[in-house]
Design a protein around this ligand. Structure first.
Ligand code: CA
Length: 226
C-alpha cells in the first residue's frame, strides 16, 4: 500500500515537472516575442512624443539682422512677418540637433504665405510636402523640388488659389519671434498630442507607427519604371 502511494506521488511529481517545463518554455517564447514587438511599440511611443511639439532656438548665420514676429493657427489665421536664414537648434519633425533654417512668411489673417525649411528638404515626407503631388511629378519624369516650396495661407488666399500647405500644417499652431540674430520657434500639434495619448492603446490615429508595418508614410515610393 505504502509503495503504491509512493509510485502515485512520483508519477504526480513527474507530470507536474513536465507541465512546469512546458510553461517555462512557453514563457520564454512569449518573453522573446514581447521583447521584439515591445521595442517597436516603445519606439513608436517615443516618435509620437517627439511629434507633439517642435521647439528650438533660431540663430542667424550672417551679419545682416533678421526679423520675425509671426504666428498662425492651422493655416487659417496667419499674422505677422518672418524672414530668417541660419540655424535651428532644437526638435523638429522627430529630429533633434542643429539644422539649417530658412523661414519666409507673412500673413494678415485671411491671406498669407509661408515657406519653412528646417534641415534637408524631403519631397516624400508628408510633413513637408504633398507626397501624392511628388509621386505624380516623379511618374511624369519631372524634376522634384530641392527646397521647401512656398505655400498659400489664410482662408481667402487658399480658397482663391491652389497651392495649400501640406497636411501637417493644418494640424499645427506655430509661432516665431526672432530679433536680430536670435529667436525662438515653437509649433504645437494638437492632433499629434492626441495620437501620443491614444497611441498607448496601440491605436494609431495619424498612421505614423512602424509597429506591424513594412512601409512608412514618409517612405519614398519605388522608382517609376524606365
Ligand atoms: Ca502614432
Amino acid at each position: 500500500m505504502a509503495t503504491e502511494q509512493k509510485n502515485v506521488r512520483m508519477k504526480g511529481l513527474r507530470s507536474g515537472g513536465a507541465v512546469v517545463g512546458r510553461v517555462a518554455c512557453l514563457l520564454v517564447m512569449v518573453g522573446v516575442l514581447t521583447a521584439s514587438s515591445g521595442c517597436a511599440y516603445l519606439q513608436d511611443r517615443g516618435g509620437d512624443a517627439l511629434d507633439m511639439m517642435d521647439i528650438g532656438l533660431t540663430v542667424s548665420d550672417h551679419l545682416r539682422p533678421d526679423f520675425a514676429l509671426y504666428q498662425d493657427y492651422m493655416n487659417v489665421l496667419p499674422h505677422g512677418w518672418a524672414h530668417v536664414d541660419g540655424r535651428y537648434l532644437g526638435v523638429f519633425h522627430r529630429e533633434v540637433g542643429s539644422m539649417e533654417l530658412r523661414y519666409r512668411a507673412w500673413g494678415v489673417i485671411v491671406t498669407g504665405s509661408t515657406q519653412l525649411q528646417v534641415g534637408e528638404f524631403d519631397p516624400f515626407d508628408w510633413h513637408q510636402a504633398w507626397v501624392k503631388d511628388m509621386e505624380a511629378l516623379q511618374a511624369a519624369g519631372e524634376p522634384l523640388p530641392t527646397e521647401a516650396p512656398r505655400y498659400n495661407q489664410g482662408v481667402i488666399r487658399m480658397a482663391m488659389y491652389d497651392n495649400i500647405p501640406p497636411l501637417e500644417s493644418f494640424m499645427s499652431c506655430e509661432r516665431i519671434i526672432h530679433l536680430g540674430w536670435i529667436g525662438i520657434y515653437m509649433s504645437l500639434h494638437p492632433v499629434e498630442i492626441a495620437d501620443f495619448i491614444i497611441g498607448w492603446t496601440t491605436i494609431d490615429i495619424v498612421g505614423d507607427d512602424m509597429a506591424g508595418k513594412t512601409v512608412s508614410v514618409t517612405e519614398p515610393p519605388p522608382a517609376a519604371p524606365e
